[in-house]
Design a protein around this ligand. Structure first.
Ligand code: NAG
Ligand code: NAG
Ligand code: NAG
Ligand code: NAG
Ligand code: NAG
Ligand code: NAG
Ligand code: NAG
Ligand code: NAG
Ligand code: NAG
Ligand code: NAG
Ligand code: NAG
Ligand code: NAG
Length: 821
């Protein structure tokens, strides 16, 4: 009885605080050029619940288009072309989704052409308003738009000016375009719409293909309803003359055609005709308001209607938004609780809770919404991408979202079972693209070594990572990479297995693939240790492959020894530019990072990196150097706008580098560097994130920084850093509390009282600058208390062992052909 009441009381307390009030959904909507999305976070802005399938928001077209980024739909000043239910957040490459859409119009006569968004698109006036679960904007036409969403349905609330015509356009051929590139732009492949007898309800489907991963058509069933019967409702179709698409359509060199009205239904037919409907209400009705609720499903119209009816039982935007906000508070924000009283620093609350918000928008939870195969396993989509997520974001989900996270992993393994490979990226129910290694291996290993079991079948989990390690995927003929598959798996296994490294003459991105495959194989060995112990040593040996690509003679900026492109015949690419990877793209020798940067990215054997760099002192000097301003030799464009150091904190490979001083037992320098980076690049402003948020990966980096730790993914190790709050309660492992306290913290307004003077864990003095998941009575599973003593002195407080290098091994370059013997 007592326990029961206590449980209730605790839950009530956590929910009492409205952490959502601190979230600024606009962080990341702007880049370095004020008013433009280019180089910003590419974030979604609109109504959504955590990991919701529906993310209801604006689709805009911002000019000049070279200063834009349409990936999240939202841009600061772009013209609105539609308001749609599905979006990504924080992604790059060819936009995905932006469908199905509605658009409120105050006129539909010429010059408006319902098939030409340029004739009706809308500028916005005044400032947009967004909070957790709610969005509001005002169009130039005078229409005010409010939005909110549940998990599989969206609620639109339009307030038309008075007097005015009132129309809502439903355009099933609308999607987010990629105006500057056609090969990975989405295109429309067909739709069907049908009005129900009294015309308050419309049903049908829309189908859109391609985009970022060059995916198969995504078919979404739609069930929309208006709160009062329109006076007129007309379906229409029209010839599809969209300029892009490798599909069947009408080719046209003239003006955009006009719609043909087709009564109560319309279908695309074999030439993918465009399909939509226009709903109109008499201006004399008295009411200026039109509301619409729309459910979607990948399975059927019936399911879409059921979602609409059960999830949005109310037409009230306030109630729907409040329900979403409650869910965010309960399931996300209250998992990390800090002081929110008047005395608290509100900027920090904005940074913490906004970061948590952005790292829970994708992937999309689609349990029961898998159109590809029948399975009792859960289903997820929009892993965009593992290359971003594995660095630290998944480790935070592991702690604070154990149920969702277990579900994601089961879904990844189910994809392997039914499609042959786990994804590195996946969107629109289609695997792709692979940027380097098969980084789902790292994700599974991280979960495995930290003891996540539940209903995960690890026999199958191990089979999934072993497949990545052993079986070359078929060549998918992606136009940007003539060498190997970008869809899934490891495209350079035919190099990696016989040579022990990825060669620069037979494979693209040899440097970065070699570095990533090494960690992937370490990850495989970590799971093998428990599931197939006989395999462990093989993969552990393979995890040292990066050493075969280490040219001890390579020199740059006075430093010697780097991972370098190496040819299959064993010679190195001696003239390779170590500080400049060129475009750093699919066809280059290193992907989104120079050899200078990748030489630090060996988390499983930092000890060997230190040795190869010439010992602790040389390592430290090199580490210091990558943080000096104006040292970068490369223009990474949107992946590091405004950053002039070699270390690019905006890009995933470098996330961990500022923390490497822990491996020298100079933790104070990790604290100094990482704090400085956080202070220099993260703000509660619309441009307050250093580039594309990468599905929340950058936000995840900041959360770990603020709670004073950093995970070494694929191992159970966490580095100790310095918390930004003097008291943090984190709900870990469903219902246990990890409390992090900091005594002596004094860091406001330029003061630097954040250096660690000492640490204790569960009352036990702690002499190491790291700990493991299950240390001290299972601190990360059973909870407990970590106490930091902080101050202004930069002291070496740690006297214990440096963090481990669990794959430590010495390979010399000549050993390459004997690796597997
Ligand atoms: C976009 O193009 C305009 C004109 O062509 C140019 O002035 C501007 O610098 C470009 N912006 C970017 C971010 O490349
Ligand atoms: C709007 O119209 C233009 C010109 O036809 C087209 O390129 C674009 O894809 C359309 N859709 C959106 C959502 O911008
Ligand atoms: C309109 O028709 C649908 C489907 O037949 C029905 O569910 C709904 O109740 C009707 N609405 C009104 C306002 O009559
Ligand atoms: C089509 O239009 C383009 C650009 O307006 C023009 O260059 C081309 O000659 C036209 N082709 C035909 C067959 O009319
Ligand atoms: C953390 O939890 C402890 C124990 O329940 C409580 O005393 C403290 O006030 C909490 N701190 C915060 C910031 O929630
Ligand atoms: C974050 O910035 C926004 C925009 O300036 C502001 O409205 C909001 O109050 C700030 N949040 C906090 C918690 O300070
Ligand atoms: C796990 O998967 C393996 C291989 O498919 C199967 O043989 C085994 O029965 C599964 N274990 C459980 C507990 O379902
Ligand atoms: C090794 O291969 C590279 C790339 O094909 C070639 O340029 C080089 O001449 C070769 N060196 C030797 C010693 O065969
Ligand atoms: C870096 O370069 C910029 C532009 O040339 C210059 O303004 C700045 O002073 C330089 N910073 C340092 C620390 O050298
Ligand atoms: C490498 O690229 C940088 C930056 O573009 C350039 O300054 C440097 O001269 C190049 N180094 C070599 C060895 O070509
Ligand atoms: C804690 O959560 C786990 C997993 O959901 C559950 O099995 C257990 O009963 C919970 N314990 C308490 C005390 O609520
Ligand atoms: C509040 O936090 C921000 C961000 O860390 C910091 O810049 C500012 O100095 C702090 N303000 C005070 C009054 O401590």
């Amino acid at each position: 009885m007592f326990v029961f009441f206590l449980g209730l009381a605790l839950r009530a307390t956590a929910q009492d605080v409205d952490y959502a009030q601190f979230v600024n959904p606009f962080i990341g909507t702007e880049g370095a050029i004020p008013g433009y999305a280019y180089g910003g976070g590419d974030v979604f802005v609109g109504g959504a619940v955590p990991f919701g399938m529906v993310k209801l928001g604006l689709d805009t077209y911002e000019e000049p288009i070279n200063q834009s980024a349409l990936n999240g739909g939202y841009t600061p000043h772009g013209k609105v072309t539609g308001i749609s239910l599905m979006h990504e957040s924080g992604t790059g490459g060819g936009p995905k989704y932006g469908f199905p859409a509605q658009m409120p119009l105050t006129m539909i006569e010429a010059p408006v052409n319902l098939l030409d968004n340029l004739t009706y698109w809308q500028k916005r006036v005044g400032d947009d308003v967004a909070s957790v679960g709610y969005f509001r904007t005002q169009f130039e036409s005078g229409v005010a738009v409010e939005l909110s969403a549940s998990r599989h349905a969206g609620l639109y609330h339009y307030t038309f000016p008075s007097p005015s015509e009132k129309h809502v356009l439903v355009d099933f051929s609308h999607y987010l375009p990629y105006p500057t590139r056609s090969w990975d732009s989405q295109f429309y492949t067909g739709a069907e719409i049908e009005m129900q007898p009294n015309s308050t309800e419309y049903t049908g489907y829309t189908s859109i293909a391609n985009g970022w991963c060059l995916g198969a058509p995504v078919t979404v069933y739609v069930c929309g309803e208006f709160d009062n019967p329109p006076d007129e409702a007309r379906a229409f179709s029209g010839k599809n003359t969209f300029p892009v698409g490798r599909h069947f359509r009408t080719f046209d060199n003239g003006t955009t055609p006009q719609p043909t009205f087709t009564g109560s239904s319309a279908r695309a037919g074999p030439l993918s005709d465009r399909v939509g409907a226009i709903f109109s209400w008499n201006s004399t009705d008295g009411s200026d308001e039109v509301k619409s609720r729309v459910g979607i499903s990948f399975m059927s119209v019936e399911k879409a209607c059921a979602y609409k009816n059960t999830e949005l039982s109310s037409w009230s935007i306030e109630e729907t938004a409040q329900a979403a906000r409650d869910e965010w508070n309960r399931d996300v924000f209250s998992k990390i609780r800090v002081d929110t009283s008047d005395a608290a620093n509100k900027t920090r609350l904005a940074l913490l809770y906004s970061s948590l918000y952005f790292m829970h928008l994708i992937p999309s939870e689609r349990v029961g919404e898998n159109p590809l195969w029948e399975s009792d396993e859960p289903y997820w989509d929009d892993f965009y991408t593992m290359w971003d997520l594995f660095r630290n974001q998944v480790s935070l989900w592991h702690l604070i979202q154990p149920s969702y996270y277990e579900s994601m992993i089961r879904s990844l393994i189910d994809m392997f079972k039914h499609e042959g490979y786990m994804p590195d990226g996946r969107s629109g129910n289609y695997n792709g693209l692979v940027q380097g290694g098969s980084n789902a291996d790292n994700v599974l290993a991280d979960a495995y070594v930290k003891g996540l079991r539940g209903n995960i079948n690890w026999t199958e989990g191990y089979a999934a990572v072993k497949k990545n390690a052993e079986v070359l995927p078929f060549f998918d003929q992606n136009p940007v990479d003539p060498q190997g598959s970008l869809k899934e798996g490891r495209s350079a296994l035919n190099d990696w297995i016989p040579l022990g490294y990825v060669s620069a003459d037979r494979s693209t991105r040899a440097v970065s693939k070699t570095v990533e495959y090494s960690l992937n194989d370490f990850a495989v060995s970590q799971i093998a240790a428990g599931e197939e112990p006989g395999d462990r040593d093989l993969y552990l040996r393979r995890s040292a492959g990066w050493q075969l690509s280490w040219d001890p003679e390579a020199t740059s900026r006075g430093f010697m020894g780097f991972v370098m492109p190496r040819y299959a015949n064993g010679t190195f690419h001696k003239t390779y530019n170590i500080t400049n990877c060129g475009d750093c793209n699919w066809g280059d020798e290193s992907y989104e990072g120079t050899a200078f940067e990748y030489s630090f990215v060996i988390p499983h054997d930092v000890g060997r990196v230190i040795e190869l760099m010439g010992g602790p002192q040389h390592f430290e000097e090199r580490l210091d150097y990558v943080f000096q301003p104006n040292t970068s030799g490369v223009d990474l464009g949107v992946n590091g706008l405004g950053i002039t150091t070699i270390n690019n904190v905006a890009n995933e490979p470098d996330f961990q580098t500022p923390y490497l001083y822990n491996y020298l037992n100079k933790q104070w320098k990790s604290v100094q560097r990482s704090r400085q980076l956080a202070n220099d690049f993260y703000f509660n402003t619309s441009n307050g994130i250093p580039g594309n948020s990468d599905a929340g990966a950058l936000n995840g980096w900041l959360v770990w920084q603020m709670i004073g730790m950093y995970p070494i993914v694929t191992t159970p190790v966490y580095l100790l850093e310095s918390p930004w709050f003097d008291d943090i309660n984190i709900t870990v492992n469903h219902n246990h509390t990890l409390r992090i306290r900091a005594e002596g913290l004094d860091d406001g307004e330029g003061r630097q009282g954040y250096y660690v003077q000492g640490v204790s864990i569960n009352g036990q003095p702690w002499s190491k600058n790291w700990f493991e998941h299950e240390d001290v009575g299972g601190i990360m599973t059973n909870g407990g208390e970590m106490l930091f003593q902080l101050g202004t002195e930069q002291v070496i407080w740690e006297t214990g062992e440096v963090p481990p290098s669990p794959a430590h091994m010495v390979l010399d370059v000549g050993q390459r052909r004997h690796l597997d013997e």
